[in-house]
Design a protein around this ligand. Structure first.
Ligand code: NAD
Length: 258
């Protein structure tokens, strides 16, 4: 898809990967970029910097999503790209309570469902529109130390695939962004197993992710992998699941506190 002249919404855009994407889309010539985030002040600051529109929004609130879609289309015309990027994590496994599991499910999966509920009918009627879901390499492989994150990011990848299969022929483009470690506030904490794992695998900057997204969208790629080695890891996992699991257990055993 063409970013030049596009009407774009980026969620989770006050910080990290979302902010870098918003900046990049503005630099690539988007006609308008909506910078949406729970952190309204942060969103406003990014919007001011790039000449966009800041929106204070909780992506789990379906009424707020509908209001945003209607506001954008009333003021700037059809949404060409919805970049659903807001995401959260939780350190731990099945011992974590329902609150943590539900929060990850609501933000990392259901928020995309709620946006698609209102975007896909518009896009299929027009015969065009593009969805970008920021999932994670955790959604293709796993993420040691954080079960809710690994499980819900698999859900995000599955949803992106399902939308692409079901609505692709009606003109809905879908891309699924699956980075490994990226230097953002999400990966700034020290001493937590999930974060240590990500750091051990090598970190890249949010601007490098935005660069990969810009290229991937221009190419209409479904899978956008800012860390290209993830493609090989995925093949290894699919080719011999038992061997892959054994390798992951070895990796886990080398980690502090495992
Ligand atoms: N940093 C990494 O290593 C990494 C790797 C793979 C995938 N990701 C994914 O990239 C995306 C962005 O993460 P990041 O690393 O830039 O983290 P970040 O914490 O810098 O940014 C996440 C943003 O999402 C916003 N947000 C959280 N919940 C929200 C909600 N309910 N409604 C609206 N906004 C909300 C936060 O306020 C924050 O500004 C996430 O989906 C994350 O899972 C990150």
């Amino acid at each position: 898809m063409q970013i030049q002249g596009a009407v774009v919404v980026v969620t989770g855009a006050a910080s990290g990967i979302g902010r870098a994407m918003a900046r990049r889309f503005a630099a690539d010539g988007a006609s308008i970029v909506y910078v949406a985030d729970l952190d309204g002040a942060g969103a406003a600051a990014v919007a001011e910097e790039i000449g966009g529109v800041g929106v204070d929004i909780d992506v789990t609130d379906e009424a707020a999503i509908v209001a945003l879609i209607e506001q954008v289309e009333r003021d700037h015309g059809p949404i060409d790209l919805w970049a659903g990027n807001a995401g959260i994590g939780a350190n731990g496994g099945v011992e974590l309570g329902d609150d943590e599991w539900n929060a990850n499910w609501n933000v990392n999966v259901l928020a995309h469902v709620k946006a698609c509920r209102h975007l896909v009918p518009r896009w299929t009627q027009r015969g065009s529109g593009h969805l970008l879901i920021t999932a994670s390499a955790a959604g293709l492989l796993t993420n040691l130390g954080t079960a809710p994150y690994a499980v819900t990011k698999h859900g995000a990848v599955a949803l992106a695939e399902w939308i692409a299969i079901t609505h692709g022929d009606a003109g809905v483009g879908v891309s699924c962004l699956c980075p490994q470690g990226v230097r953002t506030p999400m990966t700034e904490a020290d001493g937590e197993l999930a974060v240590e794992v990500v750091k051990a695998m090598g970190m890249i900057e949010p601007e490098e992710v935005a660069e990969a997204v810009s290229a991937g969208l221009a190419n209409d790629d479904f899978l956008i992998l800012p860390h290209p080695e993830v493609a090989r890891y995925e093949l290894n996992r699919a080719g011999d699941r038992g061997r892959w699991l054994a390798g992951m257990r070895k990796l886990q055993a080398t980690l502090p506190g495992s």
